[in-house]
Write a protein that binds this ligand. Sequence first.
Ligand code: PLP
Ligand code: ZN
Length: 439
Amino acid sequence: MAAQTVASTTNSTPTANPAADSVDLGPAAALSCRECGHRVPLGPVFACEECFGPLEIAYDFSGYDTEELRKRIESGPANIWRYAPLLPVPADVAGKPNINPGWTKLVKADNLARELGVDAGKLFVKDDSGNPTHSFKDRVVAQALEAARAFGFTTLSCSSTGNLAGAVGAAAARAGLRSCVFIPHDLEQGKVVMAAVYGGELVGIEGNYDDVNRFCSELIGDPAGEGWGFVNVNLRPYYAEGSKTLAYEICEQLGWQLPDQLVVPIASGSQLTKIDKGLKELIALGLVEDRPYKIFGAQAEGCSPVSVAYKAGHDVVRPQKPNTIAKSLAIGNPADGPYVLDIARRTGGAVEDVNDEQVVDAIKLLARTEGIFAETAGGVTVGVAKKLIENGLLDPHLTTVVLNTGDGLKTLDAVASDTGLTATIRPSLDSFREAGLGQ
Ligand SMILES: *Cc1c(COP(=O)(O)O)cnc(C)c1O
Ligand SMILES: [Zn+2]
């Protein structure tokens, strides 16, 4: 069977352009405006010249045969490059120096299911703490790195809430590029160390993430930032595609089946929108059966602009000043917020938030039941899943995948005051018995 062409790529043919001939980004055909559909050739641009809407990658998948594609994927490497035919990267990408993220575990979480009242065998945790720099950000940076190479950038940069800084530092180190990344000056120590250790430049900005982001936008327009690829700004269309690999892996690991329900964290909202894009592509390509799925968004109450808009029935997202322990999700003005609202409503999902205490409880719940130590973002998704089951919005009888996007070792402070030694004893059996620890 011949694969269908993905709908969003068929509105018009890509504009011919000399620059587009000189970059090899595999099946990526053009950049397409998410608002008005206007197309421009592949390049380091991120906003539509017609309407200032965000650009995303449009593909030409028309030559793919479903069964050949499935075989090619299944015989590919155990990392995101098995999906290279569906990503904006050259065909030979697997041979280049790269930190090769992905193919993380999909853990069947029966113990957690029991605690949450979900049917046995129906609950899964997609554990992205298993990536090279211990968060899902390696997936998106890997795509941005290929775009940076294609466009001839020599410095890799970003604005980061922490995890992205580490992912950019590591990717640049391995690729032999300079990196200079910008973070809020008051991040968790674990994230600062994780970002700095790769030897790139790390700059703390006196302000929150939204201030850091604004500063980076200024730098892009200034000669001081010339030749710099900002993975989440001028390379954002390429970067964002990396999140599709989460959708691909989840479906392949379920035996080429769509899950019924997914619980996804929201920072800028990019990951959630691209998981939806990835699922739609698999359906269009015939790799999974076409049936409904629901996407649920998860935020922390202290930074819940999308959840607040969802519950109020609004289409626009009013910015907030973040105040939560879930710092990796603390984006008060999420660029993809309106698209997240669309997806939650279109698929029949929802957007929900939990407070910091519930985040900590959920981190401990996941650790105690499944042996997975999540960072605060994982506490947010597990906490929101629990709340959605209690609300009756998440069906406990359907296949559900909850994302853990980062490693608890990066946010030790969140649980440090809540955990510790069971007892301190002298090195003697008497002391051991006195503490009531024996059989
Ligand atoms: C960046 C990040 C996300 C999602 O970010 P989006 O901006 O919504 O794509 C989720 N979890 C963790 C741990 C992150 O670092
Ligand atoms: Zn436009």
